[in-house]
Ligand binder design. Structure first.
Ligand code: 6PG
Length: 486
């Protein structure tokens, strides 16, 4: 092997995530890292600023590819979209069968499926890998969700294990499944992230407007919650954000940030995908919708004068602690729903796309490194350890017990939000989902009757096999029929 082909891994795209991932790779025993960026300035800066990394800098694709030992392995860290296709084609035209191209961006999983199929024809492996944990995670240990072939995992597995976060002694990476499975699971991770953030935001709003506590005081509440069963990265950073005072105004920072939430699209993808799969990820959808509602200032201005409840009474001082405990329980119960819905979407996606995804393994790799890392993931891991084929995560014994503890408080909080006119869409839709699942009979029977009435869509009966239709426009007798195709 020529001296120059000495890197076992390369990184293309050296913005913050790519640079940090390259530095992380370089800091682990056994890795020699080649780096390349379209504008060479960035490559030079990275190499100058981090001599300790021993990077092999390349200023062209030819140089980059020549610096990689076989099987050549390169991680692309560029903005998802067209740029990714361009980089893939540059690499694929120079790589050989058995080499590995990894897309570490937030690509849409259907793009990954397409790219994998195209690249596979050349004998090169294409791996879509979700990487979570932001800039800090990329540098110190992210949670990694790779898809792609078994062959690619042989080379990639040890490299990714060397840089991943470690939780409970295990690296937060697993071979999720073939082709787009990794990006699919990362997408669901982000959907759950949206739900988790929205639930926390609703809890904050209810406490703030219900008790009049200041952001700094509520920061204390979150810090306290972070010592219990809600312990998680998102609760921890919420306390930090709420504590922050704006330097220019002296106000809590949260009060001077414009209340219009942005998004880059992964939450929308999750909901679109789940809708297509017929999987009700209502909690995640509410989180996406809440961001959408916030981002229409003209509509909010138009709604300003609409009637609401009379100025809601503050919670009496002697009931404030009990109310906050109710909100904590409501948050916990809603969070179980959000995760259960997310795992259900993974189960449905795996069935649809023929991926063999181990849900327990997913819960384990989310215990560290990623944005939704939480104590709680251990409980999910336990649930799948006990029963790997759980139909419904939230029905696992541990969670069933949590609902027994939380459900009365959850209802009180939703009632309070409705009476006070404080929107809590994720809390209330989670509760509606929970009650929907619990119901002995659903009004879906009536919907079936309506469908049969106007469209002869037919229905099944509870007391005998077969498919039926009532002659609504005739004498209202029932006939047995073949299932409607429309
Ligand atoms: C992660 C994050 C990361 C990104 C989100 C932000 O797992 O590290 O999810 O991927 O910060 O995509 O998403 P929005 O901009 O849509 O909130």
């Amino acid at each position: 092997m020529p001296e120059s082909a000495s890197a076992n891994i390369g990184v293309v795209g050296l913005a913050v995530m790519g640079s940090n991932l390259a530095r992380n790779l370089a800091s682990r025993e056994g890795n020699t890292v080649a780096v390349f960026n379209r504008s060479p300035e960035r490559t030079r800066t990275l190499v100058e600023e981090h001599p300790e990394a021993g990077f092999i800098a390349a200023e062209s694709y030819d140089e980059f590819v020549a610096s990689l030992a076989k099987p050549r392995t390169a991680i692309i860290m560029v903005q998802a979209g067209k740029g990714t296709d361009a980089v893939i084609s540059e690499l694929a035209s120079r790589f050989e069968p058995g080499d590995i191209i990894v897309d570490g961006g937030n690509a849409l999983f259907t793009d990954t499926i397409r790219r994998e199929r195209e690249v596979r024809e050349t004998g090169i492996n294409f791996v879509g890998a979700g990487i979570s944990g932001g800039e800090e995670g990329a540098l110190n240990g992210p949670s990694i969700m790779p898809g792609g072939s078994d062959e690619s995992w042989i080379t990639l597995g040890p490299i990714l294990k060397s840089i991943a976060a470690v939780a409970e002694g295990e690296p937060c990476v697993t071979h999720v499944g073939h082709d787009g499975a990794g990006h699919f699971v990362k997408m669901i991770h982000n959907g759950i992230e949206y739900a988790d953030m929205q639930l926390i935001a609703e809890a904050y709003d209810l406490i703030r407007r219900g008790t009049g506590k200041s952001p700094a005081e509520i920061a204390e509440v979150f810090a306290e919650w972070n010592r219990g069963e809600l312990e998680s990265y998102l609760i921890e950073i919420t306390a930090e954000v709420l504590k922050q005072v704006d330097a220019s105004t002296g106000e809590p920072l949260v009060d001077v940030i414009l209340d219009e939430a942005g998004s880059k699209g992964t939450g929308v993808w999750t909901v679109q995908t789940a809708l297509a799969l017929g999987t009700p990820v209502s909690n995640i959808a509410e989180a996406v919708f809440a961001r959408g509602l916030s981002s229409h200032p003209e509509q909010r201005a138009a709604a300003k004068g609409l009637a609401g409840p009379d100025e809601a009474e503050r919670i009496p001082a002697d009931q404030v602690d009990a109310f906050i405990e109710d909100v904590r329980l409501a948050l916990y119960a809603s969070k179980i729903v959000a995760y259960s819905q997310g795992f259900d979407a993974i189960r449905a996606g795996a069935a649809e796309y023929d991926w063999n995804i181990d849900l327990g393994a997913i819960s384990k790799i989310w215990r560290g490194g990623c944005i939704i890392r939480a104590q709680f993931l251990n409980r999910i891991a336990d649930a799948y350890d006990e029963n790997p084929n759980l139909d419904l995560l939230l029905s696992a014994p541990y969670f069933a017990e949590a609902f027994t503890r939380a459900q009365a408080a959850w209802r009180r909080v939703v009632v309070r939000s409705v009476e006070a006119g404080i929107p809590a869409p994720a809390f209330s839709s989670s509760l509606a989902y929970y009650d929907g699942l619990r119901a002995d009979r659903l009004p879906a029977a009536l919907v079936q009757g309506q469908r049969d009435f106007f469209g002869a869509h037919t229905y099944k009966r509870i007391d005998k096999e077969g498919v039926f239709h009532t002659l609504w426009s005739g004498d209202h007798t029932e006939i047995e029929t073949t299932p409607s195709s429309h």
